[in-house]
Design a protein around this ligand. Structure first.
Ligand SMILES: *Cc1c(COP(=O)(O)O)cnc(C)c1O
Length: 361
């Protein structure tokens, strides 16, 4: 059986170092907002080329706090792609803001810059872009639109650690970059964890305050804050993995390259272009007979996943919020997409095997 993911196996190369740093944190006795979090924020910020970084409890909180920092008015609108993981939309809804869907470009699966302006209204305050599957959005065009209309940009970087567009890394284009270190991400912790990057010192201070009960000085609360801090243990583990992140991404790119070259062209493969450095959080193909293909691969001992089976506007939770916004392109992607195995523990021969079997479909 070729598994889709196995986090025990994917983390195995780090076990020894993890145990050492865990012992250190354990003995150190400082478990919240200590030296590991501080060090991680510095190192991950510099990895992303941003001036500042704040650890958070998870990726959803990173998005929620990023939007919260601007103190928009209830009912203000945020532009967001119609095909994303639900967390992106939830961050908008939990801020009492209105998500306004923009369809993706069917080639890149990312928000279509040419469809943004028609959705901008008097109430639009921000564009929340998502660098889906590890490919950065067309940020040159999007930044130009945002500047023209004085909109904030927030990047959902949960799938794009180390990915870049025209040489610039995710997390650098917007006012904020929101990252998740959920265990299955390319850069995953051993539990929930996240971060917000920014190049703006004032915004950085607001995030640091918001994540810690709205307090800069202990027991002095200046904002209506949250408890959303990155744990010392997770920060210490992430510091270990960060040293290998470029190598991990390169490895995924190598596996993706094999898929790209050898999968037959009946499958619609991810588009590639020299402007993009993609990190393949997910390697998806599209096919009219997606469900049959998934079943066929499973019968041949290959597990796959669907990212995602239901478009956000079709989710039960979004009745009364999104269900009146049509998203036929997103629905087409959700209907036809299939994610093939591409974890760090997969070998090149695992990938070759998947290809050989898939090509017989
Ligand atoms: C994983 C993910 C999130 C949420 O991150 P969590 O750490 O699970 O809260 C947000 N957006 C996207 C696109 C994601 O893939």
């Amino acid at each position: 059986m070729i598994e889709y993911e196995n986090l025990g196996k994917a983390n195995q190369p780090f076990f020894e170092e993890y145990q050492q740093v865990f012992q250190q944190v354990l003995k150190n006795g400082w478990y919240i907002l200590g030296e590991n979090v501080g060090k991680f924020e510095q190192e991950f910020g510099s990895y992303c080329n941003t001036r500042f970084c704040s650890g958070t409890a998870n990726g959803l909180d990173a998005l929620i706090l990023s939007l919260k920092a601007f103190q928009f008015n209830p009912g203000d609108e945020v532009i967001v792609p119609s095909n994303t993981y639900i967390a992106t939309i939830l961050a908008i809804v939990h801020n009492n803001l209105k998500p306004v869907l923009v369809e993706p470009d069917i080639r890149t699966y990312n928000i279509d810059p040419d469809k943004i302006e028609e959705k901008i209204s008097q109430r639009t305050k921000a564009i929340l872009v998502v660098h889906l599957y590890g490919k950065v959005c067309e940020m040159d065009k999007i930044t130009a639109i945002a500047n023209k209309h004085s909109l904030k940009i927030i990047e959902d970087c949960a799938q794009a650690h180390g990915a870049s567009f025209k040489g610039i890394r995710a997390g650098n284009f917007g006012h904020f970059g929101a990252f998740s270190f959920y265990p299955t991400k390319n850069f995953g912790a051993l539990g929930d964890a996240g971060a917000v990057t920014t190049n703006d010192e004032e915004l950085h201070n607001i995030i640091n305050t918001l994540r810690n009960y709205g307090s800069k000085i202990k027991y002095h609360n200046e904002l209506v804050g949250y408890n959303s801090r990155l744990d010392e243990v997770q920060a210490a583990l992430l510091l270990v993995k960060l040293k290998q992140l470029d190598k991990l991404n390169q490895y995924k790119r190598k596996l993706a390259q094999i898929y790209h070259e050898r999968l037959k062209n009946d499958f619609i493969k991810p588009c590639r272009h020299s402007d993009y450095y993609d990190v393949y959080h997910i390697y998806n193909i599209r096919h009219e007979q997606r469900d049959k293909l998934k079943e066929y691969l499973l019968q041949n001992e290959i597990k796959t996943e669907i990212h995602y089976p239901i478009a956000p506007n079709k989710q039960k939770a979004m009745i009364g919020i999104l269900d009146e916004q049509a998203a036929p392109i997103a629905e087409e992607i959700h209907r036809t997409t299939l994610s093939l195995p591409i974890s760090f523990f997969h070998t090149e021969s695992d990938i070759e095997k998947v290809i050989t079997i898939a090509n017989r479909f």
